[in-house]
Design a protein around this ligand. Sequence first.
Ligand code: HEM
Ligand code: HEM
Length: 215
Amino acid sequence: MTEATTHDVPQTIEAVRVWDPLVRVFHWGLVAAFATAWLTADELQPVHEVAGYAVAGLVAVRLVWGLVGSRYARFAQFLKRPGETLAYLGDMSRGRERRYLGHNPAGAAMIVALLVTLSGTAFTGWLMEEPDRLAMLPSMPAIVAPAWADDDGHEHGARGEDALEEIHETLANLLLLLAALHVGGVVLASLRHHENLARAMLTGDKRAPGPDDIA
Ligand code: HEM
Ligand code: HEM
């Protein structure tokens, strides 16, 4: 930290690069694609599907980047054992959790939950779009109900398509819940450590770590 010498000169806080450009483009691209998929679901099917595939593509790139990317982009840097994550949550509840320069253990667990659920949502969407794709999977007796036709002659239940739609929608709803908790966590951590984490995800920079912080 550079000390200001007079009252007129604002203090400058040393910043360090944390999020590389790929992580930032991934994040805000994901937010845009996810929002588009949600807003167009059942309204504008071609756009819904393109947005869903964009989500899948972004997640796939991020998974590779988690192995070969920059320091704070790597899964090995931020994924912690359950014990450490629980200890962090315990510290949080007592208001004494330490500041992490990268993702904190609770945020990291949420990232895994988001990436898995996003993949499942996109995958079930892809399966649903073409019935033959479902037939390629190993038999799933639990979700394959007998087919029936409604008054308009539309077939339902054939090869588990209705069940698949249920799963797709349930995962999409779960994503909304996870995303809300995620944003809540971001706001909480921002308040606790007096820094704007959302802005850091835009600029890539965060306040340099202090002696008690985990870098
Ligand atoms: C406008 C609302 C959102 C804001 C302000 C926001 C903000 C952030 C911030 C600040 C981080 C970094 C957290 C840290 O410092 O450890 C982050 C990470 C992340 N967020 Fe969000 N987020 C938003 C919405 C979403 C949504 C809707 C999703 C997915 C459906 C999402 C998925 C992720 C993922 C996967 C990461 C990990 C980034 C990486 O390491 O690649 N976010 N978000
Ligand atoms: C993460 C990305 C995705 C999200 C968040 C999402 C979300 C949703 C939601 C909320 C619905 C329910 C609409 C309703 O009936 O009220 C839905 C339906 C559907 N989605 Fe997705 N979806 C995603 C990806 C995909 C993909 C990749 C495809 C196919 C390529 C797809 C195909 C469909 C289809 C066929 C329906 C049924 C539409 C209908 O009711 O006729 N989705 N999706």
